[in-house]
Write a protein that binds this ligand. Structure first.
Ligand code: MN
Length: 285
């Protein structure tokens, strides 16, 4: 058993997305274009509704999966599959855009708060042009594992005997939201084959004696287990891991394919109103 050290710390970069929404981007920047199979990680949140009220009006996606996890507030969602959702705090939305989805995401605050994460997970070539799919989960169905000084909500993968709500077989995704008491240690097995990172969004922590600063991406090095120790004020973080796809990536905005030609095709399809190919596979409403 080898604890994974910190391989790299990537500071987040403030970017403006959608209709003027400010987000902290941790993956998908000049510093870290991707962390195969992860294409992007955005941490959004503000106490000021003016910073996000216009939200993310209708826009396309093709070739990948988004996993959105809401910490505070909620997010109204509509898409070309016919889904209308309202993702609430503690809940998660999994959307496989695959061949093409048009959707809108409109964040709303609750009690003055709105916070969350959106992770883009790549799809293998064989699934990029498959039919889209959508799943939304409320907070009550997310299992929580309580240990000494730490509790973890299991969004994807297996942890402490609990199975997460989201299953991403292409990457064997692990996605935990861990809350640590001051000085508490949190451990999780993470397969050696997986790319793994943590993002501390409350408090501060250390990994193998090295500081894991807040609001930065902590990329783990080789090993098969992760141990994170909270600072004096405790810590809350996401721990995410996935098996790399090892395929070429060609991307342009919300289109992520394997070749330049496929990107040109996506742009042409979007321009010509042919991005959404699949019949509505409506699940939920
Ligand atoms: Mn989107």
């Amino acid at each position: 058993m080898t604890f994974r050290p910190i391989h790299q710390i990537v500071q987040t970069r403030a970017v403006t997305e959608g209709a003027g929404v400010s987000v902290r981007r941790a993956i998908g920047t000049p510093e870290l274009g991707q962390l195969d199979p992860f294409l992007m990680l955005d941490h959004f949140g503000s106490d000021d509704p003016d910073q996000y009220i216009a939200g993310f009006p209708e826009h396309p996606h093709r070739g990948f999966v988004t996993l959105t996890y809401m910490l505070d507030g909620h997010m109204e969602h509509r898409d070309s599959m016919g889904n209308r959702g309202d993702l609430v705090a503690g809940g998660a939305q999994w959307m496989k855009a695959a061949s093409g989805v048009l959707h809108s995401e409109m964040p709303r605050q609750t009690d003055g708060l709105m916070r969350g994460f959106q992770l883009w997970i790549n799809l293998p070539a064989a699934e990029k042009m498959s039919d889209p799919a959508y799943q939304e989960f409320g907070p009550a169905v997310v299992p929580e594992v309580v240990g000494a000084g730490a509790r973890a909500r299991v969004l994807a993968g297996e942890y402490g005997g609990a199975r997460g709500i989201v299953d991403d077989p292409n990457t064997a995704l692990l996605y935990l939201d861990a809350t640590l008491a001051p000085g508490a240690a949190f451990e999780a097995p993470v397969p050696a084959s997986h790319a793994a990172f943590a993002y501390v969004f409350e408090g501060a922590a250390t990994v193998e004696g090295r500081a894991a600063p807040g609001h930065a991406l902590v990329v783990f090095g080789a090993g098969d287990r992760v141990r994170i120790v909270a600072g004096d004020a405790g810590a809350r973080l996401i721990l995410v891991a996935g098996r790399p796809l090892g395929e070429p990536v060609a991307r342009y905005g919300p289109f992520v394919m394997n070749t330049r030609e496929e990107i040109e095709q996506a742009l042409a399809d979007y321009r010509d109103g042919r991005l959404v190919r699949a019949r509505a596979s409506v699940s939920g409403g």
